[in-house]
Design a protein around this ligand. Sequence first.
Ligand code: ADP
Ligand code: MG
Length: 309
Amino acid sequence: MKIGLLCRNPELYSHRRLVEAAEERGHDIDVIDHLRCFIDIASNDPEVHYKGHSLTGYDAIIPRIGASVTFFGTAVLRQFEMMDVYPLNESVGISRSRDKLRSMQLLSREGVGLPVTVFAHRTSDAEELLRIAGGAPVIIKLLEGTQGIGVVLGETPKAAESIIQAFGGVKTNILVQQFVKEANGEDIRCLVVGEKVVAAMIRRGKEGDFRSNLHRGGSAEAIKITAAERATALKAANAMGLNVCGVDMLRSNDGPVVMEVNSSPGLEGVEKATGVDVAGKIIEFLEKNARAGRTRTKGGKSRKKVKVA
Ligand code: ADP
Ligand code: MG
């Protein structure tokens, strides 16, 4: 196969591993910096221009688009989709995953377990907002935060109200969410490839931090997940329309609850914690599924269900 890897930095562990895994299996893989692409939509024939030539002949694209460049990056990916190139994850799935609210709306429609979550435009009535979210302690999240930045714990009603008001003052979108205290600063990441959870790890926050992000100094180890956790991860991936993703969940007293679905999950933490060759599984998935005009594992089935959201 001829594969294109859309990414900014080929030196990152995840990107190096994907190149390695593709080459080991005898494929040609080109690293394409999506921010240096020109999207040519004026002609009948959609084209992507890159470094003075037109990118053609690809069987599959692996998108690794950073959150800060989602708009342009997904546009480049969409252009490849217009050219009938198989995307590991579809551009629309990536866009959905980048918005926590939109993701949660889709997950809730499919019956995936979620923490009680409230979204509002007006934050002037913080008391009412808090009441609907079940009262302090609550987690307050920036809608488009990543790596644990923009996730704050409002421990008391007073603290929670002032955080909500402060975010209101800078006019940014936030979610107010039930704090799953019993998770104890730990979360579970399930790495989904196709219809399987290929690896799972438990992440623990740094001493004193409720956030378990590895970027915030958390640590990870392999874990055997329960049947309910596996089913939740697969249901979440399907609801989002993603072939490959990292599904993050908390162990709550009511069972697994999903916090977010990451469409470009980092491979370093999970491969090192579990010893699973996730990059290899991703390339094998492409070998089985990359066909012109196709997008999702099960053809049109899940796409139909996802509809327009
Ligand atoms: P980000 O996109 O920045 O990673 P997350 O929603 O994943 O944001 O939250 C970051 C971390 O904060 C999670 O990995 C989890 O450890 C913790 N966390 C998030 N939401 C909750 C919650 N409702 N209850 C308890 N802990 C939470
Ligand atoms: Mg997270």
